[in-house]
Design a protein around this ligand. Structure first.
Ligand SMILES: [Zn+2]
Length: 256
């Protein structure tokens, strides 16, 4: 008795000569990515490129994913007609790329959110402040090439506050996924609201997209700027203007 992995092969065929390449013994374990996807489907948990799935991963599965992804990258390199068996430069590229995706550039999909403690706003601070520039590193969902830039976060505190460095940590975690910039900013805003429930929140992102610089239209100078404003920043135009003024001052401190 055998089973097939995703294949268009029809079991109804009578022909004894048709043997699909993907036939595996029933006892063979399913690829770990398939097991995880089945679990996510059963739980109704989305796993789009910019979703985090850490809650659904079990012990040891990241190591198994690393092996599976490396195998696929090896096949990709072979399909690109690269002689990885004799090329000393690409010999271990598959393993490096697998580690890079799972633990570095896309870690925000697989790793838990960094531990971020919030504290009561004892002094009832309600003046706005901004933090930035925070470096952001992401990749576009369409081509998986880098998006690099800066982000500024404006806060009008609510009942809880978090340390300044924590904004960098949560931004790094959110941006370390394949994204489109518009959604990345919304997801970061949702996470910050969850962490400290500010009365007002503003985020500005300025980024360069390598799918425009490196390929496609090849526009090296073009950048994308977008923002999200919530709570008091949304309702009070003077507060919103103050945020953008503070960002301008922070930018001038960079001397660029
Ligand atoms: Zn792209």
């Amino acid at each position: 008795m055998t089973s097939t992995l995703p294949s268009s092969f029809s079991a109804a065929t009578d022909s004894p000569t048709v043997v699909p390449e993907t036939v595996v013994p029933e006892s063979a374990p399913l690829p770990v990515s398939l097991r995880i996807r089945q679990r996510l489907d059963a739980a109704g948990v989305p796993y789009l490129a910019n979703d985090n799935i850490a809650e659904q991963l079990r012990d040891g599965e990241m190591d198994q994913l690393e092996i599976e992804v490396a195998g696929k990258v090896r096949e990709l390199l072979r399909s690109l007609v690269i002689d990885i068996d004799n090329d000393h430069n690409t010999e271990e590229t598959a393993e490096r790329v697998a580690r890079m995706y799972l633990h570095e550039v896309f870690k925000g999909r697989y790793h838990h959110q960094p531990k971020i403690a919030s504290f009561p706003n004892v002094k009832k601070l309600d003046e706005i402040y901004t933090v930035g520039p925070i470096s952001i590193r992401s990749a576009c969902s369409h081509h998986l090439v880098p998006i690099l830039g800066n982000c500024w976060i404006g806060i009008k505190p609510g009942d809880r506050v978090i340390g300044l460095s924590k904004f960098s940590r949560v931004a790094d975690w959110v941006f370390s996924r394949p994204h489109i910039q518009e959604e990345a900013v919304m997801i970061l805003a949702d996470e910050i609201e969850r962490l400290c429930k500010p009365q007002g929140l503003a985020i500005l992102v300025k980024a360069q997209h390598y799918c425009m610089k490196w390929r496609g239209v090849k526009e090296p100078q073009t950048s994308m700027v977008n923002s999200v404003v919530r709570g008091d920043f949304r309702h009070d135009p003077s507060l919103k203007a103050e945020f953008f003024e503070l960002v301008k001052q922070q930018e001038s401190m960079l001397g660029t």
